[in-house]
Design a protein around this ligand. Structure first.
Ligand code: ADP
Ligand code: MG
Ligand code: MG
Length: 362
């Protein structure tokens, strides 16, 4: 009997479109001998649409939102509130009453990558690919993530955190503190986001004020970091309690930093795999990646990102991404390809890890 995999994509996230592309890749490359696919789209409003076709949505041109119920004959919208058990939501009525064996969330960012969807799946007792509730939540919160890194001795760059209400109450105090503690340039980020959405680099006070206002539109918590003159490295981790780590890759952004444009739009950023760095540095990065994976209680997959400070030679950990871009040409997949695990096998392993973890927790 084939394993039924519900691929969940879209969602109430700034990374909705990125997710459609990841879902399309998974659905095209998954081994059809072994798996049956049930596509489950989530609209930008949060409605669940069964049978939605990410390929068609992408062809319609990005940015595109999932329509209310798709043209597909079998598709219909099930508002979660009207249907308390996920099992009944994801069992197809028409052709097959059998339930989904495992969910493959390829939802990036808010509500998909941050533990919310994972919590829902836990409650419904469904196996799912990737990190659990805690790991997902920690991986999404750039403040808490750094606190744990510091706790286990992983080097992070200088940063400060404040809330939107503090900013509104005493902006001058916050600006002075940032200038004294961090100086320029600084990076201003919404604490819980990804794909560089809402992130700006500030070179002076005027830009800093603007950057804080932008970040505050996305999140009630804002992280400001000292700008590091750096090269950027990433590596991929795969596994549960005995994770393995890929070779190290380098990202060379086409813009001043790796912003949303450089990531998804202008197609000029370069990826170098394996990275052109001394072997000791690569080993150090790989070791830190595993350490971070364990420290944050991650499982399944994660891409762990680093900065190499060009001025000091120091390696800093930047962040983890618990549901990294997952197309065939995304860094995560390419790192494994270069490490001897082709994309279809990667999907296979991730599903096995999900089932294993679910089994462990019964
Ligand atoms: P996201 O989760 O949105 O990818 P990141 O924290 O990785 O957010 O920041 C996005 C990009 O911004 C990084 O890949 C890097 O190019 C740049 N960046 C972020 N923080 C810093 C920093 N402290 N110093 C230098 N560049 C940074
Ligand atoms: Mg990120
Ligand atoms: Mg990043």
């Amino acid at each position: 009997k084939k394993i039924r995999v519900g691929v969940v994509f879209g969602g109430r996230s700034g990374e909705h479109e990125v997710s459609l592309a990841s879902a399309q890749s998974v659905m095209r490359q998954i081994n059809p001998e072994k798996y049956d696919i049930v596509p489950i789209g989530i609209t930008k409003e949060g409605a669940w649409v069964r049978g939605a076709d990410p390929t068609k949505l992408l062809e319609a041109g990005t940015p595109v939102a999932l329509p209310e119920g798709t043209a597909e004959g079998t598709a219909h919208v099930v508002a979660l509130s009207g249907d308390p058990t996920l099992q009944s939501l994801i069992a197809t009525e028409e052709e097959d009453q059998s339930a989904i064996d495992v969910i493959f969330p390829v939802t990036h960012g808010t509500f998909g990558e941050d533990g919310a969807l994972q919590g829902l799946l836990e409650m419904a007792n469904v196996a799912y690919v990737g990190c659990g509730v805690l790991g997902s939540a920690l991986g999404m919160d750039k403040e808490k993530m750094k606190l744990i890194f510091q706790q286990v001795g992983l080097p992070v760059g200088p940063f400060t955190v404040f809330r939107r209400n503090e900013w509104e109450r005493a902006p001058e105090t916050i600006l002075d503190k940032i200038e004294q503690e961090l100086g320029y340039p600084t990076f201003v980020k919404p604490a819980n986001l990804g794909s560089s959405v809402g992130i700006n680099k500030a070179h002076n006070r005027e830009e800093l004020i603007h950057a804080i206002k932008v970040a505050a539109e996305y999140d009630r918590k804002i992280v400001v970091e000292k700008g590091i003159n750096c090269r950027e490295f990433e590596c991929a981790v795969l596994g549960n309690d005995e994770p393995i780590v890929s070779v190290v890759g380098e990202v060379i952004p086409s813009n001043e930093f790796y912003d949303y444009r450089a990531k998804y739009i202008d197609n000029k950023s370069q990826i170098v795999i394996p990275a052109d760095i001394p072997q000791e540095t690569a080993e150090q990065i790989r070791k830190m990646a595993i350490q971070a994976f364990i420290a944050l209680d991650l499982s399944g997959l994660s891409r762990i990102d680093f900065f190499l400070n060009k001025d000091t030679g120091e390696v800093l950990i930047n962040e983890v991404n618990t549901l990294p871009g997952f197309t065939q040409v995304s860094m995560y997949a390419m790192l494994w390809e270069a490490s001897g695990i082709p994309y279809p096998e990667l999907i296979d392993r991730l599903i096995e890890l999900a089932l294993e973890r679910h089994e462990d927790r019964q």
